[in-house]
Design a protein around this ligand. Structure first.
Ligand SMILES: *[C@@H]1O[C@H](CO)[C@@H](O)[C@H](O)[C@H]1NC(C)=O
Ligand SMILES: *[C@@H]1O[C@H](CO)[C@@H](O)[C@H](O)[C@H]1NC(C)=O
Ligand SMILES: *[C@@H]1O[C@H](CO)[C@@H](O)[C@H](O)[C@H]1NC(C)=O
Ligand SMILES: *[C@@H]1O[C@H](CO)[C@@H](O)[C@H](O)[C@H]1NC(C)=O
Ligand SMILES: *[C@@H]1O[C@H](CO)[C@@H](O)[C@H](O)[C@H]1NC(C)=O
Ligand SMILES: *[C@@H]1O[C@H](CO)[C@@H](O)[C@H](O)[C@H]1NC(C)=O
Ligand SMILES: *[C@@H]1O[C@H](CO)[C@@H](O)[C@H](O)[C@H]1NC(C)=O
Ligand SMILES: *[C@@H]1O[C@H](CO)[C@@H](O)[C@H](O)[C@H]1NC(C)=O
Ligand SMILES: *[C@@H]1O[C@H](CO)[C@@H](O)[C@H](O)[C@H]1NC(C)=O
Ligand SMILES: *[C@@H]1O[C@H](CO)[C@@H](O)[C@H](O)[C@H]1NC(C)=O
Ligand SMILES: *[C@@H]1O[C@H](CO)[C@@H](O)[C@H](O)[C@H]1NC(C)=O
Ligand SMILES: *[C@@H]1O[C@H](CO)[C@@H](O)[C@H](O)[C@H]1NC(C)=O
Length: 571
C-alpha cells in the first residue's frame, strides 16, 4: 500500500540514553567499511533482480562515525547515486510530524505560542481531543470517535478509520480531508485495532499549521531541519528540484515515472509523506534519535522528552504475531518498535510511486541505518538493510553474522485467474456515486458505447497490448483521477465480484521510452449489487484490512450495500 509501513518496533529509552556500555567492542575496527565489496555486490544483485535503479545508504555507528554506500543510478542518463542525492522518503516523514506536534505543545507550555487555543481548551497535550482543536471541522460517522479521538490516537493509527486512500483528489487541501471525514465509513471502533490511515496524519499536519501560524511545511523546515543542519532537506519539491541533485524515479517493472509529489500537491500529503532528503541529512535525523531527541554536538533539545519517549514507544499492536526473526511489532507515533534477532529496533519505512525508504535505529546498541531508493520495491530494500544490520549485530556478537542467502527476486502480486465463465453484465458499465469519493464511471470494452468510455477502453487496449496481456472481455475499466492514481482496472474474480487495481497510466510512455505502460498501486474488491437483474450499485471491500464492525453487525447475510467499506449508488 501507499505510504505504508510493514512492521513495527519501539523503546523505553531514557533521555540521553546511550551510555558507553553500548559502544562496539574495542576489537571491532569501525573504520573498515561495513558494506565491503562482497556485501555491496550482493546488494547490487538483489537490486538488479528487482529492478531497483538506485539507492543511497547511511550507516550510523555507535562512535558517531557515519559510513555511506550507494548503488546504481539517480538519472536516466546514468548519473550515479551519491550520498547527497536528493530523494523523497515517503512515510519516513511521519516521525517529523509527531516531532512537530510535540514541539508545538512545548511552545504552548512555555508560553511561546503565536496563536491561541480555542477559549474552552486549557492546554495542548497528547490527550487533547481533536473535536476541541477543530470545532465544527472534525467529525466521523461514529459519535464515540468524534468525541474521544485525541492527538495520540491520530498518530498511532487507532482511530478506526481505514485507509480511504482513493477518496481524495489532487486539488484538495488538508482541511478538505478533515471536513469530508464525516462521510467516510469507519471500519472499527476507536482504539479497537491498529490500522494505517494517512488521512489522520493529514489531519495532524492541519492542526500544526492552524496553531503555529505557518504552513506545516515551513514549520518542519524552521523548527527541525534548520537547527539540525539538514541543509539539503525540504518539504518543497520545487526547492528540492532546484538543487539539481534530485533522483529520478522508476516503477518496479523498470519504467521511468514522474516524481510523485508536484509542488502544487505537496502541502496535502506533507505530514503523511512529504519530506525530501538525502542519506547524509537523514543520518543527522537518525543520530538525533540515537541521542534521545537532543542534538549530540550542541546538546540542544529538538524533540521534547515526553514526545520522544511516546513516539518511539509501542502504543498500538500493529500485528499480533511475530516471526522467528521478529517480535510482535508495536507502533508509536510515526515509528514502529520490535525486536529483530532479539535486538530492539525502532524504524519506519516509506513507500510511494518511485520511492522506497527505511530509517532505523537500534537504541540499545547505538547504531542506525538509512536507505533511500528511487524504485518502490520495499522487499528488496528491506533485505539490503537486514544484510547490513546482520553485519553490525555480528560485530557486537549478539548473533553470529549470518551468511548471505542467495539473492532473490520478489514477484509482484499476481491476480488469480478469472473464472472461465466470467462475463460482465450489461448493467455493470455506468456512473456510480458516493458522497465522499465522488463519481466513478465504469466502462466495458464489449458493452460501453459512450465517447468517454471509448477513449478509456482505447487507452487500456494500448497498455495491455504493450504489456502483451490481451484484455479479458469481462474486464472493466475506469479513468479515475485521484491524488494517487489515474485509472482503475477491474479484473473478474467471482460472480459479480472484481479485483480492483489502482494505477497510474502512461499511454505515451515516460522519459526516453515512449511505449505505453501502467504502474499498478493498490488492490481491493469491488462487488456489484444485482437485484432482479438490475444493478443497484457497487461496494468496495478490502479497503479495511480486518473484519469490520459493519461486517460483524450485519453478519454473512448482510448486503454489500450495508457491509462495504464504501458504497456507491448507480446513477
Ligand atoms: C581498520 O580498517 C582500516 C580500513 O580498512 C585499515 O586501514 C586499518 O588497518 C584497520 N585497522 C586495524 C587495527 O585492523
Ligand atoms: C546506469 O546507467 C548506465 C549508463 O547509462 C547503464 O549502463 C546502467 O545499466 C544503468 N544501471 C541501472 C541499474 O539502471
Ligand atoms: C498562547 O496560548 C494561550 C492559551 O490558548 C493564549 O491565552 C495566548 O493568548 C496565546 N498567545 C498568543 C501570543 O497568541
Ligand atoms: C469546546 O467547545 C466546542 C464547541 O465550540 C465543543 O465542541 C467542545 O466539546 C468544547 N470542549 C470542551 C473541552 O469543553
Ligand atoms: C552544515 O552542513 C554543511 C553541509 O551541508 C556543512 O558544510 C556545515 O559545516 C554544517 N554546519 C554545522 C554547524 O555543522
Ligand atoms: C525539475 O527541473 C527541471 C529543470 O531544471 C525540469 O525539467 C523538471 O521538470 C523539474 N522536475 C519537477 C518534478 O519539477
Ligand atoms: C523487472 O522488470 C522486468 C522488465 O519489465 C520484468 O520482466 C521483471 O518481472 C521485473 N522484475 C521483478 C522482480 O519485478
Ligand atoms: C552535553 O552534555 C553532556 C552531558 O550532560 C556534557 O558532557 C557535554 O559536555 C555537553 N556538550 C556540550 C557541547 O555542551
Ligand atoms: C502479521 O505478521 C505475519 C508474520 O510476518 C504475516 O504473515 C501477516 O500477514 C501479518 N498480518 C498482517 C495483518 O499484516
Ligand atoms: C566475537 O566474535 C569474533 C569473531 O567471530 C570472535 O573472534 C570473538 O572471540 C567474539 N567475542 C566474544 C566476546 O565472544
Ligand atoms: C460460473 O460458474 C460457477 C461454477 O462453475 C458458478 O458458481 C457461477 O455462478 C458461474 N457464474 C456465472 C456468471 O455464470
Ligand atoms: C456525478 O455524475 C452526475 C451525472 O453525470 C452529475 O450530475 C454529478 O454532478 C456528478 N457528481 C460529481 C461529484 O462529479
Amino acid at each position: 500500500m501507499l505510504l505504508r509501513s510493514t512492521f513495527a518496533s519501539l523503546v523505553l529509552f531514557t533521555a540521553h540514553g546511550l551510555g558507553s556500555s553500548l559502544q562496539l567492542p574495542r576489537q571491532a575496527n569501525t573504520s573498515a567499511p561495513i558494506v565491503d565489496a562482497e556485501l555491496s555486490s550482493y546488494i547490487q544483485q538483489v537490486f538488479d533482480l528487482n529492478n531497483v535503479t538506485g539507492a543511497s545508504m547511511a550507516i550510523i555507528l555507535p562512535t558517531g562515525e557515519v559510513q555511506y554506500a550507494t548503488w546504481g543510478n539517480s538519472t536516466e542518463d546514468g548519473k550515479p547515486v551519491a550520498s547527497d542525492t536528493v530523494f523523497a522518503i515517503g512515510s519516513c516523514s511521519k516521525g517529523f510530524l509527531s516531532a512537530s506536534v510535540g514541539i508545538l505543545m512545548q511552545d504552548f507550555a512555555d508560553g511561546k505560542n503565536t496563536t491561541a487555543l480555542p477559549s474552552n481548551v486549557t492546554d495542548l497535550a497528547w490527550s487533547t481531543k481533536i473535536q476541541d482543536l477543530l470545532p465544527g471541522e472534525w467529525k466521523t460517522d461514529d459519535p464515540w470517535s468524534t468525541e474521544k479521538t485525541n492527538l495520540r490516537d491520530l498518530l498511532s493509527h487507532v482511530t478506526g478509520m481505514p485507509s480511504h486512500e482513493y477518496s481524495y483528489t489532487a486539488d484538495e487541501s488538508p482541511r478538505d480531508i478533515v471536513v469530508r471525514m464525516r462521510n467516510l465509513r469507519t471500519a472499527y471502533e476507536l482504539r479497537q485495532y491498529w490500522e494505517y490511515c494517512n488521512q489522520m496524519y493529514i489531519t495532524a499536519s492541519y492542526i500544526v499549521s492552524k496553531y503555529s501560524g505557518m504552513s506545516y511545511r515551513d514549520f518542519v523546515e524552521k523548527r527541525i531541519m534548520l537547527p539540525l543542519n539538514m541543509t539539503s532537506s525540504t518539504l518543497h519539491p520545487d526547492r528540492a528540484n532546484a538543487t539539481g541533485t534530485m533522483a529520478q524515479n522508476w516503477s518496479p517493472l523498470g519504467r521511468r515515472i514522474p516524481f510523485f509529489l508536484p509542488e502544487s500537491q505537496a502541502e496535502l500529503i506533507a505530514g503523511a509523506g512529504g519530506v525530501i532528503s538525502t542519506a547524509e541529512d537523514m543520518a543527522l535525523w537518525v543520530k538525533l534519535f540515537l541521542n534521545g531527541g537532543v542534538i549530540p554536538q550542541t546538546n540542544v533539545t529538538i524533540i521534547p522528552q515526553t514526545t520522544f519517549t511516546l513516539a518511539t514507544s509501542g502504543i498500538a499492536v500493529a500485528n499480533s504475531t511475530g516471526t522467528e526473526l521478529y517480535s510482535v511489532p508495536a507502533y508509536g507515533m510515526g515509528w514502529l518498535r520490535y525486536s529483530y534477532r532479539g535486538r530492539e529496533v525502532v524504524l519506519h519505512n516509506g513507500g510511494a510511486p518511485g520511492v522506497s525508504a527505511w530509517a532505523k535505529f537500534y537504541p540499545r546498541d547505538g547504531f542506525g541505518i538509512v536507505l533511500i531508493a528511487n524504485t518502490a520495491v520495499d522487499t528488496a530494500t528491506e533485505l539490503a538493510t537486514f544484510a547490513v544490520e546482520d553485519r553490525l549485530l555480528g560485530l557486537i556478537n549478539m548473533t553470529a553474522d549470518p551468511p548471505l542467502g542467495p539473492p532473490v527476486a520478489f514477484p509482484s502480486s499476481s491476480l488469480p485467474p478469472a473464472p472461465p465463465n466470467a462475463t460482465a453484465l450489461p448493467g455493470f458499465p455506468g456512473t456510480y456515486t458516493n458522497v465522499p469519493y465522488g463519481n466513478l464511471t465504469i466502462c466495458s470494452p464489449t458493452i460501453s458505447t459512450t465517447p468517454a468510455c471509448a477513449e478509456v477502453v482505447q487507452d487500456f487496449k494500448k497498455v495491455n497490448a504493450a504489456a502483451g496481456t490481451p484484455s479479458h472481455p469481462a474486464e472493466l475499466y475506469a479513468a479515475w483521477p485521484r491524488w494517487w492514481s489515474s485509472h482503475l482496472r477491474l479484473s473478474p474474480y467471482a460472480e459479480n465480484v472484481y479485483i480492483a487495481t489502482s494505477m497510474n497510466m502512461y499511454v505515451n510512455g515516460y522519459g526516453d521510452d515512449d511505449t505505453p505502460f501502467v504502474d499498478p498501486l493498490d488492490q481491493w474488491y469491488v462487488t456489484f449489487m444485482v437485484n432482479d437483474g438490475k444493478v443497484e450499485g457497487l461496494g468496495f471491500t478490502g479497503v479495511a484490512d480486518k473484519e469490520t464492525s459493519r461486517q460483524l453487525n450485519f453478519g454473512p447475510g448482510g448486503s454489500i450495500r450495508d457491509t462495504a467499506d464504501a458504497w456507491f449508488d448507480k446513477l
